[in-house]
Design a protein around this ligand. Sequence first.
Ligand code: 6PG
Length: 250
Amino acid sequence: MTSISPQPRVHVHDDADAMIGAVADALVARAQAAVAAKGGFSVALAGGGTPRPLYERLATSPYRDRLDWSRIHVFFGDERCVPPDTARSNYRMAHDALLSKAPLPPANVHRMRGEDEPAQAALGYTQTLRSVFRREWPQLDLVLLGIGDNGHTASLFPGCACLREREQPVCAQYVESQQEWRLTMTLPVINAAAAVWLLADGDGKADVLARVLHGPYRPDELPMQYIAPVADAYAWWLDRAAAASLSPMS
Ligand code: 6PG
């Protein structure tokens, strides 16, 4: 039984390293095509631990040399409301893994200001998105996502206020389960992206992925079920362990 629509295209690789390599290859190809077609490529990075090896891979040869970084704009799908130089910062993780190593013009890196008052930071990032994309609702070329074992993605947590936000592209909320304020892109922005890719590895993700894909449609409890991109490039990139509970047909 499948409950979500559209269904993601599920790519399963032997292990996390193979999954990361496949995502790096696909991301470089997508970026090259976007730069060739329209002169630029915009990507929103995911936080957490899963994507770090991807960012490190992109910062090293041959991947680093395959991209015209001057044409790439980097955004963040979410951020913890902490200063950018602290260990919990998603920006800090991306900076250490990629942004400090790739020849990206500083003006092409659009950081969520976790150090600011949250509501102000959300407004500020909304203005950033609208200024860069020159439109009310940005359409990113690619949004990278992770998933928590409670089905959260970006900083869209079960039962949280930002899950219901449909008027603003960026939202701030206090997340009880994390005991911290978070900033997040909202569902209209994520679902408007030309491509949305979820990266997950390890047996700790197997159960939640199966509940999202095969379980009852309860998106307020499993926010990942709200991810329903309008474009056709919705994909999950998994290793075998994370895919272990998915039905063979997925
Ligand atoms: C964050 C992320 C969050 C993350 C998941 C999975 O700020 O923490 O945006 O949504 O992707 O919690 O995290 P791991 O990749 O560490 O399992």
